[in-house]
Design a protein around this ligand. Structure first.
Ligand SMILES: Nc1nc2c(ncn2[C@@H]2O[C@H](COP(=O)(O)OP(=O)(O)OP(=O)(O)O)[C@@H](O)[C@H]2O)c(=O)[nH]1
Ligand SMILES: [Mg+2]
Length: 311
């Protein structure tokens, strides 16, 4: 099959698996390399997909100029929810999902497709364009995850929001180690059992902390968007993690407290730049409103099981 046939076949499989309306692969000039629409949805034509993407040309181009990393972005539009996922240096995967759909269920598949797009465009041999079958037997994985970042950035608050769905305004600094467990459902039948280790951010507890970093499979790096020093300190947190747990730990970086719009001192671009330097994916959250909190842990879950469910 030619590159274009492979890409179109991949999109068809993606659409039928996720029941989205349509999907397109766009290059850095905003040009469509491949696009497909769901045969079940007659309101959407390839022309309409092109129209939607044309409106976003400028944005796509400027994102590529910023280093070719679109990251993951979602936009609500009349046609539905648009999901953009970066697919390597050459392409962006655009998905048009029904307005009612749950993006967190679609995203893991989008990441699988994005990875396959990179492989196809790189002309690597024998790329399998089918979607992984994960529905046949339930799978359960368990992982130790550590939450790292300076004191007061919102580590405990993010965990409490994710696990207990609550938020507390009053600051009670974590003194020792707080461990929370939760079973998180990823895609249809995958359960990720998280054991989340919330460690004290204060320097005072450094010795204790080191003991707990050993043996973790993933890390969530958190900083506070109202305090730039907490962003620049993440480098030290990463070095500490690498020294104790090795460099193979799957990691994600989070800028927290985005609800504090007035007090905000670190822009999205600045946060993203540091994340790029540290080689981490980047998301912004609010433990207070719950914005992106599930998505952050969902992305981490996906990073952890990706190798096990994709070929
Ligand atoms: N407005 C706002 N406040 C937040 C948010 N997340 C946390 N906070 C507040 O920030 C303070 C610190 O939050 P914690 O979750 O205790 O911070 P921590 O990182 O666990 O701090 P240590 O345990 O000392 O390392 C608390 O007063 C929280 O209510 C957020 O997203 N928005
Ligand atoms: Mg805490």
């Amino acid at each position: 099959m030619s590159t274009s046939e492979l890409l179109n076949e991949l999109l068809k499989n993606y659409i039928s698996k996720t029941k989205v309306k349509g999907a397109a692969i766009v290059d850095h000039d905003g040009l469509i390399i491949a696009s497909q629409v769901s045969p079940d949805i007659d309101e959407l034509s390839i022309g309409a997909v092109t129209g939607v993407i044309e409106k976003l040309y400028d944005r796509i181009k400027s994102e590529f100029k910023l280093g070719g990393r679109f990251g993951t972005t979602t936009i609500e539009q009349e046609v539905g929810k648009l999901i953009f996922v970066n697919a390597g240096p050459k392409a962006i995967l655009t998905t048009i999902a029904p307005s009612t759909s749950d993006i967190d269920i679609i995203l893991p598949y989008s990441y699988i497709v994005a990875e396959k797009i990179v492989q196809i465009l790189d002309k690597r041999k024998e790329v399998d364009v089918s979607m992984p079958e994960v529905t046949e037997e339930p799978m359960k994985f368990s992982f130790k995850v550590v939450i790292l970042g300076d004191g007061g950035v919102g580590k405990t608050s993010l965990l409490t929001r994710f696990v207990e769905k609550t938020f507390e305004q009053e600051y009670k600094s974590t003194i020792g180690t707080n461990i929370m467990r939760i079973d998180y459902k990823l895609m249809d039948k995958i359960t990720v059992a998280f054991s989340l280790w919330d460690l004290a951010g204060q320097q005072l507890f450094q010795k204790v902390r080191q003991m707990y970093l050993a043996g973790c499979q993933a890390a969530l790096f958190v900083y506070d968007v109202t305090r730039p020093d907490t962003l620049y300190n993440l480098k030290n947190w990463q070095s500490e993690l690498h020294a104790i747990a090795g460099t193979g730990v799957k990691s994600l970086m989070v800028g927290n407290k985005i609800d504090l719009v007035e007090e905000r001192k670190v822009s999205y671009e600045e946060g993203k730049k540091v994340a790029d330097e540290l080689g981490l994916s980047y998301l912004e959250t609010s433990a207070k409103t719950g914005d992106n909190v599930n998505r952050a842990f969902g992305s981490l879950a996906f990073l952890l099981v990706k190798d096990k469910i994709t070929k």
